[in-house]
Design a protein around this ligand. Structure first.
Ligand code: ZN
Ligand code: ZN
Length: 185
């Protein structure tokens, strides 16, 4: 069976969906990064179940469970993209979450928007790419990396995301290369 990454745009009641052009661009870049096909799934809508009205956030784990329940037996990896802010049990917010060594991940674009005074027009896209590569890296089994420029470095703040690159450090790259060979076989 052909291995590929599936980007799943998700419509939540309180946020906008990432535009089609940016999503398509992301699929091209992810295919290059991981050396495997990347496709964009038709939009799905999730209801309010995972929404906490007091926090005005969604529970990331609930979105992962929902994706899991859909199976996607034809895809190797599934990356959900939402516009709503996400939180985890122990963290006030997360840029994304993924199953370590599993199949499902999700990112939120909510906190990735540039400040109005930001002149780097590509920064929003760069952040989306970094967080997507990071969460997919987790699904391939990569854990957080101490190298601040490595895409697998943990982002506690947007500044961390901006400091790191969209690429894996040598150590993570080697490790990922070994995993990708396994997927291809
Ligand atoms: Zn992480
Ligand atoms: Zn690394």
């Amino acid at each position: 069976m052909e291995a590929y990454i599936y980007i799943q745009p998700i419509q939540l009641p309180h946020a906008e969906v990432l535009d089609r052009q940016t999503t398509m661009r992301l699929s091209v870049d992810l295919a290059l990064k991981f050396g495997m096909d990347c496709k964009v799934a038709p939009l799905i809508a999730l209801d309010e179940d995972a929404y906490d009205p007091l926090r005005e956030q969604y529970l990331a784990a609930a979105i992962l469970s929902n994706l899991k329940s859909r199976g996607y037996s034809y895809a190797s990896k599934v990356l959900g993209i939402v516009g709503e802010d996400l939180y985890a049990d122990t963290l006030s917010f997360v840029f994304g979450q993924a199953e370590l060594g599993g199949k499902y991940g999700v990112i939120s674009t909510s906190r990735l928007h540039p400040n109005p005074q930001d002149r780097n027009s590509s920064i929003f896209y760069e952040r989306i790419l970094k967080e997507s590569v990071h969460e997919l890296g987790h699904t391939f089994g990569l854990e957080h990396c101490p190298n601040v420029q490595c895409v697998m470095h943990f982002s506690n703040t947007l500044r961390d995301t901006d400091i790191k690159s969209a690429s894996f450090c040598g150590h993570c790259e080697t490790w990922l290369g070994m995993r990708l060979k396994k997927v291809a076989n």
